[in-house]
Design a protein around this ligand. Structure first.
Ligand code: BV8
Ligand code: ZN
Length: 246
């Protein structure tokens, strides 16, 4: 039986689906992946994203890190969800309506495009680039930071305002991690969409699902060849979801 038909049956018959997405699911919306950035594609390619996306990076050079996030917000602000985001949102809505399938969405992306596509709930493991808070007192910084070149000052304690994303070396938000772990632990079908599966602890979720007997499906034009993957669809997420007509 042709693999795609097998995968369609898996999707059709799964009771509890856990979808983990990465930067690849937003690539067709025109947002470069981390991998692209690391391979010297793009303005900031001379910087190591792991350096910029770190507390040390911000403490050593807050201005540069702030400007990197302002640049990314500028790139993201007019980007629209693509067929992959829209298909996942429809899948979630349909599962809510007919109730015979539970679909959980876990993302490593900070771009908010899943929410823009109508997905709900969305578990954001690494935060959201449109939110900011004070490094010192954690107060949420409500005001818009559009166009602000300099790192804003906290209106409560005068501390530095930072993007509300999870930097390397920082713990993931507890609630989000708990949701992700329980969704992976209890699913019978785990979908890994557009992620290179190199950043932990997110990259460990597929193995957790597998350890509980779930089937693992990877959608990625560049297979990760990870041993936990049962089915690999080597294609772009937007095109694959369109083809599957999910
Ligand atoms: C922590 C937010 C401890 C910021 C991000 C175990 C082993 C080794 C290392 C570690 C370990 N445990 C922890 C670590 C350290 C580190 C880590 O994993 N390092 C890696 C690099 C080795 N992890 C951490 O630091 C984590 N924190 O461990 O804290 C702790 C614990 C308790 C108390 C205190 C401390 C925090 C990790 C989160 C960091 N923040 N983002 C920001 O965005 O600015 S990670 C960031 O990079 C993204 O969120 C994402 O997670 C990752 C990029 O990966 P992908 O999304 O997969 O993107 P990538 O570009 O790599 O790949 C894209 C893929 O898409 C490719 O495969 C490509 O082929 C595919 N693709 C392209 N086009 C398409 C497509 N697919 C489908 N369709 C297409 N059209
Ligand atoms: Zn403060």
């Amino acid at each position: 039986m042709e693999i795609e038909q097998e995968v369609l049956d898996l999707i059709e018959n799964a009771k509890r689906v856990c979808i983990l997405t990465g930067a690849g699911v937003s690539a067709e919306s025109g947002i470069a992946t981390f991998r692209d950035a690391q391979e010297g594609k793009g303005l900031w390619s001379q910087y190591d994203p792991q350096q910029l996306a770190s507390i040390d990076g911000f403490l050593n050079d807050p201005q540069t890190v702030w400007q990197w996030y302002q640049w990314r917000r500028d790139v993201n602000k007019d980007k629209e969800p693509n067929p992959a985001h829209l298909a996942i949102a429809r899948w979630q809505q349909r599962s809510h309506q007919d109730g015979n399938q539970l679909v959980s969405l876990i993302t490593q992306n900070v771009d908010g495009l899943h929410q823009k596509a109508g997905s709900s709930p969305v578990t954001e493991l690494h935060g959201n680039i449109w939110h900011n808070h004070c490094l010192q007192c954690n107060q949420i910084h409500q005001a818009s930071v559009e166009g602000l070149e300099a790192v804003p000052e906290c209106t409560y304690c005068g501390g530095q305002v930072r993007p509300s994303v999870v930097w390397f070396g920082e713990a993931l938000p507890e609630q989000a991690w708990r949701e992700a772990e329980s969704a992976a632990y209890s699913c019978d079908l785990f979908l890994s969409v557009g992620t290179s599966s190199q950043v932990y602890p997110a990259a460990g979720l597929a193995a957790l699902a597998k350890s509980q007997g779930a089937k693992v499906l990877e959608i990625n034009p560049d297979p990760t060849n990870s041993s936990v993957v049962d089915y690999q669809i080597a294609g772009k997420a937007g095109e694959v979801f369109k083809r599957f007509n999910i």
